[in-house]
Design a protein around this ligand. Structure first.
Ligand SMILES: *[C@@H]1O[C@H](CO)[C@@H](O)[C@H](O)[C@H]1NC(C)=O
Ligand SMILES: *[C@@H]1O[C@H](CO)[C@@H](O)[C@H](O)[C@H]1NC(C)=O
Ligand SMILES: *[C@@H]1O[C@H](CO)[C@@H](O)[C@H](O)[C@H]1NC(C)=O
Ligand SMILES: *[C@@H]1O[C@H](CO)[C@@H](O)[C@H](O)[C@H]1NC(C)=O
Ligand SMILES: *[C@@H]1O[C@H](CO)[C@@H](O)[C@H](O)[C@H]1NC(C)=O
Ligand SMILES: *[C@@H]1O[C@H](CO)[C@@H](O)[C@H](O)[C@H]1NC(C)=O
Ligand SMILES: *[C@@H]1O[C@H](CO)[C@@H](O)[C@H](O)[C@H]1NC(C)=O
Ligand SMILES: *[C@@H]1O[C@H](CO)[C@@H](O)[C@H](O)[C@H]1NC(C)=O
Ligand SMILES: *[C@@H]1O[C@H](CO)[C@@H](O)[C@H](O)[C@H]1NC(C)=O
Ligand SMILES: *[C@@H]1O[C@H](CO)[C@@H](O)[C@H](O)[C@H]1NC(C)=O
Length: 830
């Protein structure tokens, strides 16, 4: 009580003090009608970050009205009003004119600059917001008539929306903020938005098209998407670029410099600005550097080369590093020859160029990869095509391809360039030579090895016979697997009971088809009975899968260390010759999907049981993520990987893809994206970035499936439009119609609140941005109502807007549309 009162007094006192200070220093954030600010005065945003006032740039005596960061002097104003019309003296003022506009007046009351809003004269004021946005608004109804964020200068700030109808323009020079020659706009060609920087009217730099998560020509973009960098489709051809940066101790913005370079600068805790990223990192970034049909790679010397199947048009100029003339086709296309001479030769084909920023001005269509290729092949004017799961089909039907760039690390897509068939043969010849050489080499080495081994074996044969028998208790191949997850405890491995192939074959009646339980990620699973009567499930890894050994080892190392009642227990293993088998406890009720998506068995799962299953999965996941000695990301959580015991308690299974994390690793990238369509988070499916939060995404999908009793993939709403469960759930949430979602089999008034809560948590788990998803422990608290105020989910963009290919209006996100339930492996060329 006493403390409360003291705090009350204290805050009252503070309010008094601050209002006193405001009066003293004129520190207001608003200019209202009769008032004005003179050259020596400023207004300050409410939180004190931004200042509006008069300033002179370096080496200039002219006065400009602008906005700048309070922590930094006027060295670079983020916005300037009278850019092209400087004040020559310090007699200027900023005020609201009689016609309701924000104006800058000179000493003679001439209008130097005006916000130029037309319409009825009314009572307005201008306010500098905490974001750095200066808004002119109606006092009566606070509607915004004009804002500086819609009329930017050369800076792009957090929370600002840069739309297709706006542009950034560079300063003329560092001492003249007048409109310079460079401008930056989001250009949309055939439905493909991308950022262009223009030098006057000619393109100077481009970002490559947006694929729903990143601009494919900008390396190192992925982390930005997770930080909230996004391109929003506002429909009718309008797109807006935004980014958020909520940490107050960091200042971050983009500036288009007078040299036409887009620079991302940041400052932490008021330290000087540092450059985080810039668009012109190499000469290759300059538009069309290598001319027509050229390709630029900054890591090569010289940087320019011709696309495959092309040669320099003017070889002398190329050797002098003058690339403007570009390249020409080495062999004419068959389709062209056929047209002129009626000749009918071998059909043209495509040569693949890996990981490129695609040439400019692509034509877009919603076709899938095969059709994309076919369409391009059929039309002689199609020079190349490329397919990206986030974009769709791109093709080029112009006279030439320009501005291709080899991008390493992340970004880029594979470009298929049309060439005559003889060019393809040329490549094959090289391949054949390589293969022949390699084969001869291998045969030679093999023969030598065999020869040596024979001699040794003869030598040692008698000695080792007795040792061999002792070795049967271990996996001799394990020691050689060096690329395994860390922390392998060899002793532990050897503690794992070993079964002989014979034993397992007899337990499963020689792997009889009638004993097959299902198909796991990497091979079939059989039911079996050991001699002592114990029932087991045996996974037999597919012999053909090249990855088999890796997944096998992975599963053994991961699961042999885990003991939890919501994880399936590994009883042992077997490696004999080609055969690799894993032995688990047997789950009589098979997997969750067999119940959930079966119209009859579904009835057995009432709400109590379903909630118990949800909680069990959560506990298992929590153990994996937090409680076990290792931190494990499962990477393939889905209904068919949740097994049910006699009492329908869930057990997470199939650790073939799980990854162990070291103590302070939080996420990792992988080139091999493995998982199941429909359960993969956007950042994982598209960039191979996985973390606890990608498991949470899969859990969210699973949660919604359990509540709704439907699969995420292959789902039709009332209008018979294809869309997945996530999209449907989001629409129902938006329209406050969530009861429609709930499986009628479980809907009872008593449980409705709990069920709706589950849907809410499910939507939070499938948020597009990893940072917006809860952790498992928070998800558990949410489900158990230990947290009262659940945040509202944000719009699901990535996974929810999917329509059928025929009606594909939005160009991204096709990768998740596949309608199946099979674990897939995609190798990302990034
Ligand atoms: C200002 O002028 C000085 C002397 O001419 C020069 O060294 C400096 O670089 C100039 N500063 C800017 C920002 O142009
Ligand atoms: C406002 O309109 C005047 C006259 O049409 C024009 O000269 C001026 O450039 C405009 N100012 C702005 C900021 O658009
Ligand atoms: C304009 O609005 C302000 C605040 O609402 C009010 O104090 C002022 O009297 C108004 N002025 C006129 C001319 O209506
Ligand atoms: C606010 O008032 C202005 C002028 O009175 C009018 O033009 C505008 O439409 C109004 N806005 C809203 C949202 O009512
Ligand atoms: C921009 O274009 C102008 C005129 O075409 C040219 O003189 C200038 O060199 C270009 N600037 C750059 C950086 O390419
Ligand atoms: C903001 O950034 C500072 C400095 O990097 C960091 O210490 C702090 O934890 C961050 N705050 C939040 C809320 O992320
Ligand atoms: C580069 O080549 C073009 C023609 O291909 C020519 O017009 C231009 O003058 C050359 N530039 C230089 C610097 O040699
Ligand atoms: C085929 O030849 C005709 C006439 O020579 C020409 O008009 C047409 O453009 C050619 N088509 C293609 C695809 O080259
Ligand atoms: C090939 O593509 C061009 C440009 O898109 C188009 O004008 C032409 O009709 C197409 N030809 C065929 C046979 O589809
Ligand atoms: C782009 O594709 C559309 C439809 O496929 C076609 O009508 C159009 O002619 C194409 N444009 C170009 C420049 O190829």
């Amino acid at each position: 009580m006493g403390l409360d009162r003291t705090i009350n007094y204290l805050s009252y006192f503070l309010v008094l003090l601050s209002s006193f200070c405001l009066e003293l220093g004129h520190a207001t954030d608003t200019i209202a009608a009769p008032n004005f600010i003179k050259d020596s005065e400023t207004i300050i945003s409410n939180d004190g970050d931004f200042i509006l006032g008069f300033f002179s740039p370096a080496n200039s005596t002219y006065r400009y009205v602008g906005i700048w960061y309070a922590k930094f002097s006027t060295t670079h104003a983020i916005w300037v009003a009278n850019r092209n019309n400087p004040l020559k003296s310090t007699s200027g003022v900023v005020t609201i004119s009689e016609d309701g506009n924000l104006v800058v007046l000179d000493g003679e009351k001439n209008i130097i600059w005006s916000s130029n809003v037309t319409g009825s004269v009314s009572n307005r004021s201008a306010q500098l917001l905490d974001s750095g946005n200066l808004v002119l608004q109606e006092n009566t109804n606070t509607s915004i008539m004009w804002e500086s964020f819609q009329h930017p200068s050369d800076s792009f700030l957090p929370k600002m929306k840069l739309s297709t109808n706006m542009q950034l323009t560079s300063w003329k020079s560092y001492s003249d903020p007048g409109v310079g020659t460079f401008s930056l706009r989001i250009s949309v060609f055939y439905n493909l938005p991308e950022i262009y920087i223009w030098n006057g009217s000619s393109p100077y730099w481009r970002s490559g098209p947006w694929n729903g998560q990143l601009f494919i020509g900008i390396p190192k973009m992925p982390s930005r998407y997770l930080d909230g960098f996004n391109l929003i489709d506002e429909k009718q051809g309008l797109f807006s670029l935004i980014f958020e940066f909520s940490n107050k101790s960091w200042l971050l913005h983009y500036v288009l410099t007078t040299e036409g370079n887009l620079v991302e600068t940041y400052s932490s805790n008021g330290k000087d600005w540092s450059i985080e990223w810039s668009s012109l990192t190499s000469e290759c970034e300059v538009y069309g550097k290598c001319g027509a049909f050229g390709s630029c790679n900054s890591k090569n010397s010289p940087i320019c080369s011709c696309l495959k199947g092309f040669e320099p048009k003017n070889i002398e100029e190329w050797t002098r590093e003058n690339w403007t003339s570009g390249c020409v086709r080495r062999t004419p296309l068959q389709c062209m020859r056929a047209n002129t001479t009626g000749e009918d030769g071998k059909k043209d084909g495509f040569l693949k160029v890996r990981m490129v920023k695609t040439p400019s001005l692509a034509n877009w269509s919603a076709a899938f990869e095969d059709e994309c290729k076919y369409r391009c092949l059929e039309n002689c004017s199609c020079l190349a095509y490329a397919y990206d799961s986030g974009i769709g089909c791109m093709s080029w039907t112009r006279e030439y391809l320009i501005d291709s760039q080899q991008v390493s690390s992340t970004g880029g897509v594979d470009l298929y360039v049309r060439v005559a068939s003889s060019e393809l043969d040329r490549k094959k010849e090289v391949k054949v030579i390589v293969i022949v050489t390699v084969v001869i080499g291998i045969v030679f080495v093999a023969v030598c090895t065999l020869f040596l081994c024979r001699r040794r074996a003869k030598h040692k044969a008698r000695k080792t016979r007795s040792e061999e028998n002792n070795m049967r208790g271990t996996y001799p191949t394990f020691q050689r697997q060096e690329n395994l997850a860390g922390n392998i405890n060899q002793d532990k491995l050897q503690e794992l009971p070993i079964f002989s192939l014979e034993e397992l074959a007899s337990a499963t009646n020689s792997f009889d088809l009638s004993n097959k339980l299902g198909q796991g990620g990497f091979g079939p699973v059989y039911r079996g009975k050991l001699l002592d009567g114990q029932e087991i499930a045996v996974k037999r890894l597919a012999r053909t899968s090249g990855q088999g050994m890796q997944e096998f080892m992975n599963e053994v190392t991961v699961i042999s260390k885990l003991q939890h009642r919501n994880l399936v227990r590994l009883l042992g293993g077997c490696v004999e010759g080609e055969e690799k088998l894993l032995v688990y406890e047997y789950m009589p009720n098979k997997s969750l999907d067999a119940f959930l998506f079966d119209p009859i068995k579904r009835e057995l799962l009432d709400w109590k049981k379903r909630f118990n299953i949800i909680e069990g999965i959560c506990r298992g996941l929590l153990y994996l993520h937090r409680d076990s000695r290792l931190r494990i990301i499962h990477r393939d959580l889905k209904a068919s990987n949740i097994l049910l015991d006699e009492e329908l308690n869930p057990k997470i299974s199939d650790f073939g893809m799980a990854r162990i994390f070291g103590g302070n690793e939080d996420q990792a990238d992988t080139k091999r994206v493995v998982g199941t369509y429909g359960y993969m988070s956007p950042e994982y499916a598209m960039e191979g970035r996985f973390s606890e939060k990608s498991d949470i995404f899969s859990f969210g999908v699973l949660l919604l499936e359990i509540v709704c009793g439907r699969k995420n993939a292959s789902f039709y709403d009332h209008d018979e439009e294809t869309m997945n469960l996530l999209g449907f759930a989001w629409n129902m949430w938006k329209t406050d119609n969530m009861a429609v979602l709930i499986d009628p089999k479980v809907l009872k008034p008593d449980f409705e609140k709990e069920i709706l809560r589950c849907i809410h948590v499910g939507l939070l788990c499938v948020q597009d941005l990893a940072k917006d998803r809860p952790t498992v422990s928070i998800a558990i608290s949410m489900l158990r109502s230990e947290i009262d105020d659940l945040p509202s989910p944000r719009q699901l963009g990535f996974t929810a807007n999917q329509t059928a290919p025929e009606t594909q209006a939005s160009y991204h996100n096709q990768s998740i549309r596949s309608i199946n339930n099979v674990t897939v492996t995609m190798v990302h060329g990034r």
